[in-house]
Design a protein around this ligand. Sequence first.
Ligand code: ISL
Length: 555
Amino acid sequence: MSDLDRRWWKEAVVYQIYPRSFNDTTGDGNGDLPGITEKLDYLAELGVDVVWLSPVYDSPMHDNGYDIRDYRAINPMFGTMADFDEMLAGLHDRGIRLMMDLVVNHTSSEHRWFRRSRQSRENPYRDYYHWRPPADDGGPPTNWRSFFSGSAWTFDEATGRYYLHLFDETQPDLNWSNPEVRAAVFEMMRFWLDKGVDGFRMDVIPLLSKPPFEDLDDPAAGSLHDHYAHGPRIHEYLGEMYDRVLSDYDVMTVGEGYAIGSDQVSDYAGDDDRALQSFFQFDHVEIGRGDDDRHEPRDWSLPELKAALTRWDEAFGDEAWPSVFLGNHDLPRAVSYFGDDRPAYRRRSAKLLATLLLTLRGTPYVYQGDEIGMTNAPFESLEDFRDVETINDVQERVAAGADRETLLEQHRALGRDNARTPMQWTDGPEAGFTDGTPWLLVNPNHETVNVDDERADPDSVLHYYRRLITLRHEHDVLVYGDYELMAPDHRSVYAYRRVLGDAEVLVALNFSDTTTSVPAPEAFTGTAPTFLLGTHAEAEPTAPLQPYEGRIYAL
Ligand code: ISL
């Protein structure tokens, strides 16, 4: 196996931290950087290699930091630059690398670039953003809709022009066709890399280059990402980013790849000489959402999940490296969405999902709290939500006559705040997250779902994650091996092989609450399989799988 094309970022397990919800040390109800530093031993114990930190830059927090006011300053809510440096040093001391979130499709409307840009049509910063005159009827220049409801254009009285914002109106889109914008972003990236950060997760990267500003046939149809992504200069911009910045550093990069088609992998990513080594694809996490209305839950089947993950494994192929995840800060909790969060099944289905995540091909991303099996939260009313996407959607649809109960049900199932409820450290007040009042409700199930209890119980989800991470680190086949799906149409078992030279691993996962036989028992014929790890006790390879049981064997 000496001829393996090894890269540290292929072998890494990443842990995503959403800082506002991780650990509060000041009692203001918001997580902070010293709160992360306090928990570094927890991360080291878990065994992760890299932290992806969602934005901690100065921000008015309309979109929890994805609206940046100053790219080179730390949000006082999270602490100071000295706190940041201490956290980074603490991570590095433990051999953990840090990826920052790079949000450069848009800034906050409070960024000084935008404040200047909106002052006058002649301001030197005017072309940092997209300004257009009204349409003939005085309305927005095009019928483009924002991801966060309403028009993607907002009229600005001062200069009588509209500006573009694909997200909230407080998030104006930067004009990447302006070379000064690109130079400013590239310099900012160097600022963080020179501080020692080890990579970037790049927000909504296919949106940087805009398509022509023309009306869409039907702005409500399909995914907005498909309408706006892959503008004509996107690859030029990414190439420039590599040449002018990234080529000088040994870093890890991953793009948020909504709208990247499986036929576009090599356009966007590659092992070497590329801005993006990898990107997140979202087909598998979209399977439970309506085609036209993504806030509407839709039934999905296991064969669909297998098909989505398998299609993407093939699409990445040898062209680029996959990145795999089941949850992040924009998605419902994995155990509630893909698993079964009823008390009898929560733990085992959380372990089942962990088994999937950590044995697929590609760099795995563990979202904070998933390692203890955190679930969606029982939001009681629409007023409990804090997320701008939910708030704008509710406002728009209530005004259009939608039923509030239906909206509550939808956002309870799919809303982004599910992933953002505070990390559950203890069974005590506010789950040990804060001494004050948390910015978003703490899930009442912290009485039974919390780090303290998980640490004390050798059979917990947490310890299982730890063992899986260790297993992945010990077996090259789990990192570099090919992925071969078995029994694609089986409705309750997801089974596959990983193969690297003579090394072969078989994974069988029962995604149902009934006992099921193992498909393709002939896979074991003539072999003496070794049980490597499983959600339940060691069992013979052909023994039926218990509800939500998953097992890993070496063949
Ligand atoms: O969140 C979504 C679905 O609920 C997506 O449509 C989301 O808008 C998309 O994933 C883009 O996400 C990224 O950019 C947004 C920010 O709000 C998200 O948190 C971020 O991950 C704007 O910066």
